[in-house]
Design a protein around this ligand. Structure first.
Ligand SMILES: [Zn+2]
Length: 672
């Protein structure tokens, strides 16, 4: 009834405006109320639910892996020879691939990351050869000499009575047809892989080693940093099937877990640092080095494994003529990488049975003498704060790449000074957690890798140097808020390959996720609640493939908060936060009313710093729910307190776009 009354009132002026004198009189005109109806209203505001993919048996509504969770497995055996004269790597590879999905696979995709360095690759057209992600412009890329599949023996049919089961006959390797599409390779299988089945691929391949490999691998004189060095299985998952986003240089990797055995043959004078555990120390290390290593893992302080004197005298190597083969084994890893130099000094110490190592040339000694200590502290810090390091060792390696991370290997350049070096060392080692142990899709969601890592680096750096980096965080906040107002702004959820420029890469992948997570931690949930939730996310998804929704849901379930407004405002959009003090004036019963506004599309709780005429101060914390009713909220200060100034965001740690409207100050009253 009430609606009808309202509509009749609205209809009257519409009829009065009719200019047509032949129009029927109002009482004879059919009653048509349509034009006055208000369009439907949907709940699309900042607080409405974020449309996440619906949970299912694989990914639970609470953000944990569900009872039906599955992921594929890829185990590798790699044998490579480094030809330092030709600057070329030649190798064989065996991949044992297990299909844990419910689907029969008739083809697979592999990643040929070296093809980035082929002339004319998509990445080479986006990033000039001399730019950070460049490197093409020489005859690079994988040469695939052979690719075969050996199918697992079919499961024997039910055995007839009185008949012995025939021994499984090993299938002959079948050559496979494949199609290379830039950095991806489609492989047509000779024998499909059924659900629960496995198969073996054998490849022979080679590539010329680029000097500058998109800042993720390369060489410098006699030193080699070798990564993306073998064809790797693309990830087949429950969300996107085959993940075929190409490698363009900027977006990083998404890889399956497995065990990787690899061996590297190279001139005997080289010292190799690699992912995993060295399997043949008696062949490639001297007796003195082996006994030093055994002592170092129990030592809190840094010990020399290879000294500058040994490098100079030749005693650093068991022999220096011909070649040596270094064998490593890495378990539960998504990748392996290695670095090799005839000039590597080698330091090590231990923490809780984990070897913390540094490899560097004498020319880097000024800062790198502290690198093993930095590695050790980083492992200790992240292990004790978030989740225990799952691997037996960590190696910081010095070279031209600055910086890049692989399981158990952190590549860094020389470093100008110690804080600069720690910044990179602890960042690359932080990646052992995200994404090496928590295996997200970096190419699609760089913030789950670089962003989480930048966030945890905050505590590592402040604790290592015993300093307060608030000014750095405020500087980062201003960088993010100003960038979000540029015409090329993009949201955090943008896939890494599609960042429009370097600033967007810096903000969306690294700085913005870090500063908004710090705000969520320090201002919204509180450190204890946030840290518990973040640890739970890590525990749930270690060695698995989390999606963004799994993170969002875990944070909400553990904190007990609906954070839709936070993800929508800061992850899915570039919504601006603009809190302001509109006015301060007298209220009823001698109170004072402070009128606050939230003028942007994003919201946050409010920290309101009040100063009173009696010289006292107070910081009031108002929850985000104050904005449920709209973008204006009136806070009442009780009788007897005269407000002389009011300021929102007093410590500048919220990403407020317009700081100039944050404060109100009383105008001094003229004396009568
Ligand atoms: Zn990083």
């Amino acid at each position: 009834m009430r609606h009808l009354v309202l509509l009749l009132v609205l209809a009257a002026p519409l009829a009065a405006q009719q200019p047509d004198t032949n129009a029927p009189t109002q009482h004879a005109r059919p009653l048509n109320l349509q034009p006055a109806l208000k369009p439907p209203v949907a709940d699309t505001g900042i607080f409405s639910p974020v449309p996440l993919p619906p949970p299912n048996a694989i990914r639970s509504p609470d953000g944990a892996p569900g009872p039906g969770y599955w992921q594929q497995r890829a185990d590798y055996t790699l044998k490579a020879t480094l030809d330092t004269a030709a600057k070329r790597l030649t190798g064989t590879e065996q991949i044992r691939y297990t299909n844990n999905s419910p689907d029969t696979l008739r083809f697979v995709w592999m990643q040929l990351d070296q093809n980035l360095f082929r002339p004319g690759s998509v990445g080479s057209l986006l990033f000039p050869a001399e730019s950070r992600f460049g490197g093409a412009g020489f005859p690079g890329g994988f040469d695939i000499a052979s690719l075969t599949q050996t199918a697992a023996p079919a499961r024997p049919a039910a055995r007839p009575a009185n008949r012995r089961r025939p021994p499984p006959t090993a299938a002959a390797p079948a050559p496979l047809r494949f199609r290379v599409d830039d950095t991806m390779m489609y492989v047509d299988l000779a024998t499909p892989i059924p659900p629960g089945g496995s198969t073996t691929f054998d490849l022979a391949y080679a590539f010329n080693i680029p000097e500058h490999g998109a800042d993720r691998m390369g060489r410098d004189g006699s030193l080699y940093e070798i990564a993306q060095w073998y064809p790797r299985m693309a990830v087949y998952d429950d969300v996107r099937g085959w993940n075929t986003d190409p490698y363009l240089g900027q977006g990083e990797f998404y890889l399956e877990y497995g065990d990787i055995d690899y061996e590297v043959t190279l001139p005997a004078g080289y010292i190799v640092a690699g992912s995993g555990t060295l399997q043949n120390p008696e062949e490639v290390l001297t007796a003195a080095q082996r006994s030093r290593l055994a002592a170092a893992v129990k030592s809190d302080s840094t010990m020399a494994i290879v000294t500058p004197e040994e490098l100079a005298s030749g005693a650093a190597r068991p022999r220096t003529d011909g070649t040596l083969t270094w064998r490593f084994r890495a378990q539960r890893v998504r990748d392996v990488a290695w670095a090799a130099s005839p000039e590597y000094q080698w330091d090590a110490s231990g923490w809780d049975g984990i070897l913390a190592q540094a490899y560097y040339r004498p020319s880097a000694d000024a800062t790198w003498k502290d690198a093993a200590k930095m590695s050790r502290y980083s492992i200790l810090e992240y292990s004790t704060r978030w989740y225990r390091y799952a691997y037996p060792q960590i190696s910081a390696v010095e070279g031209p790449v600055s910086g890049m991370e692989y399981p158990m290997v952190a590549m860094e350049a020389r470093g100008d000074d110690l804080p600069d070096l720690y910044n990179v060392v602890t960042h690359e080692i932080g990646h052992m957690w995200y994404p090496m142990m928590v295996g997200s899709n970096e190419r699609r969601y760089a913030w789950m890798d670089e962003g989480f890592n930048t966030f945890i680096n905050t505590f590592s750096e402040e604790d290592y140097w015993k300093r307060d980096d608030s000014d750095v965080r405020r500087h980062e906040t201003r960088f993010v808020t100003s960038l979000d107002q540029t015409p090329t702004a993009q949201p955090i959820m943008t896939p890494a390959n599609r960042y429009r420029n370097d600033d967007n890469l810096g903000s969306l992948a690294y700085v913005k996720p870090s500063i908004v997570l710090l705000a969520l931690r320090n201002k919204v949930l509180g450190p204890e609640v946030f840290d518990t939730a973040f640890r739970e996310y890590t525990r749930r998804w270690v060695f698995k493939h989390p999606q963004p929704a799994d993170f969002f849901r875990t944070m909400e379930e553990v904190s007990g908060r609906d954070l839709s407004w936070f993800w929508r405002g800061f992850f899915f959009t570039t919504a601006a936060l603009d809190q302001s003090v509109e006015t301060v004036g007298p209220g009823p019963d001698g109170s004072t009313l402070v009128t606050l506004r939230s003028l942007g599309a994003a919201v946050m709780p409010v920290e309101l710093a009040l100063a009173f005429a009696d010289g006292t101060h107070e910081t009031v914390k108002l929850p985000v729910e104050i904005w449920y009713g709209g973008n204006r909220y009136v806070y009442r200060v009780e009788r007897g307190k005269q407000v002389v100034s009011a300021r929102v965001n007093p410590d500048g740690r919220f990403p407020d776009v317009v700081p100039s409207n944050d404060a109100w100050t009383a105008t001094p009253r003229a004396t009568p």
